[in-house]
Write a protein that binds this ligand. Structure first.
Ligand code: DAK
Length: 257
């Protein structure tokens, strides 16, 4: 598929997806969202890809949903376009997904970053939910993912003041893994992706699934699910390879089987 609003670069075993509407600070138009989620669905199905970096490039991650597209829509328009379902290939992406954030990650842009599994931020990155300034609230998970990660009080501050947080503050609150000089954001995220891509992919997938379950399930259910995934992994070739490689003092070669 040819893309107009994103760039997709596959350098197996990783891929980098770049949001690419620089004139409007990568505002998330319906077409961009469609391209992004289609690309992610393809990458999820591509066995040569084991981890993905999502970025907006050197200057901006994304300044949110496209306000021009939303301004005159009715409530029924919003409902009938099923925008929530549209994010499923991102929120449900089965492989490790790392956001590389430079500049603004605002509104839907911040929510996209929060749907990723790890976030690398450039020193000048800014994370915020300014929807309140527009008379709305976050609509792609922000009100739920912020408090689950950064806690109630930081979440309230971000939602109610609309003021963005610095990369450093976001790091202190636990929504950013690493803060690096801006020119290093994408290389560092790609390095992390390569590190993760060396791991047995089925174990990576189950680890991701298990951690995400902690945000949704009661403890007993999460623990039961973790145990089943743990047992399941003993049915994989990669588990045999991983343990025998350790015993034979060599590096394991993992096939995702
Ligand atoms: N939409 C459309 N255009 C945008 C934009 C946006 N979100 N953000 C920036 N632009 C455009 C500007 O209009 C400007 O275009 P021109 O005037 O040059 O044609 C260009 O990008 C450069 O922006 P500025 O001139 O404003 O640049 P500055 O450096 O002065 O300011 C800024 C940067 C990021 C502080 C400022 O642009 C800004 O405040 N932007 C809006 C940020 C914002 O309010 N974001 C939240 C949008 S609401 C849903 C899921 C999610 C959502 C909705 C529904 N469902 C599942 C139902 C999400 C909602 C949102 O994200």
């Amino acid at each position: 598929m040819a893309y107009e609003h994103i760039l997709v670069e596959i350098e197996a075993p990783i891929a980098t997806v770049t949001l690419n509407r620089p004139k409007v600070l990568n505002a998330l138009s319906p077409d961009l969202i469609h391209e992004l989620t289609s690309a992610l669905a393809d990458l999820d199905a591509d066995d040569s890809v084991r981890a993905v970096v999502l970025t907006g490039g050197a200057k901006v991650f994304a300044a949110g949903a496209d306000i021009g597209d939303m301004a005159d829509r009715s409530a029924v328009d919003q409902l009938s376009r099923d925008q929530t379902g549209r994010w499923a290939p991102l929120a449900g992406f089965s492989k490790p997904l790392i956001a590389a954030v430079n500049g603004y990650a605002l509104g839907g842009g911040c929510e996209v970053a929060l749907m990723c599994d790890m976030i690398v931020a450039g020193e000048t990155a800014r994370f915020g939910q300014p929807e309140i300034n527009l008379g709305i609230i976050p609509g792609a998970g922000g009100t739920q993912r912020w408090p689950r990660t950064a806690g109630k009080y930081a979440a309230m501050e971000v939602m109610l003041t609309g003021a963005p947080l610095t990369a450093q503050r976001a790091h202190e609150l636990g929504i950013v893994n690493k803060v690096v000089p801006a020119e290093m954001t994408i290389p560092v995220a790609e390095r992390m992706a390569r590190q993760v891509a060396e791991k047995p992919p089925l174990a990576a997938r189950m680890a991701k699934e298990a951690v995400l379950k902690a945000f949704e399930a009661p403890l007993a259910e999460g623990l039961a699910s973790e145990r089943k995934s743990f047992y399941f992994l003993f049915a994989t070739e990669d588990q045999k390879e991983g343990m025998h490689a350790f015993l034979e003092k060599r590096k394991g070669v993992f096939k995702g089987r």
